[in-house]
Design a binder for this molecule. Sequence first.
Ligand SMILES: [Zn+2]
Length: 226
Amino acid sequence: MNKQVAYRLLEKNMLGYADLIGVPVQPVWERLVPIKTGTGLTALPIDNDMLAYTGNLIFVRESVLAKLRQAASMLAKVNSELQLQVVYGYRALSVQQKLFLKYRKQFESTYSGKALDEATHRLIAVPEIAGHPTGGAVDIQITNAGVPIDMGTNIWEFVKDSFTFSPFIGQEAQDNRRLLRRIMMDAGFAPFDGEWWHFSYGDKEWAAYYKKPFAIYSQIEFQIEP
Ligand SMILES: [Zn+2]
């Protein structure tokens, strides 16, 4: 199949900006907690922009941490050598805005208007509906002895072969993506199939994916004590 046709079919099956804009939020209050490296779960921040807000820690909502631990123990049952590694959790809204504008620039020659926001959204969420600023979304990979296993692309490699179901990556990488997606969904996360590494719980993406009446986490401002 022609590559561009295949990518367009995959895009059609993803939830887009337009699907999320109308999702209501009925916020529950839950603390943000740091992910402590422990049984089957590690944290390795990859964005220096977040240092000012969270230091060298990754924060998520309490229930998200519990679900990550659940996913890690499911992974250990599949293969005890494997660990889940979180590289991103809570993101300040100002950092989301900066990232969004940076990536939107790259698409300005190809798209305009609504299509421009949709195309950018497939890589970096439109700030007002983004999951990371709620503390409900994570970017995550699987490691073996500390080394990321083959996923076909690197984590945070913003190319179309990072679409979870890209058929243009090796068979082993396709299997590894399916494994990550399965254990994360079994733990209660919603996948985002535009990025094999992005999963969320409680945000608008999660509500839309599972057809919940509302999201339970709103975006929040957070900063560790200096
Ligand atoms: Zn993400």
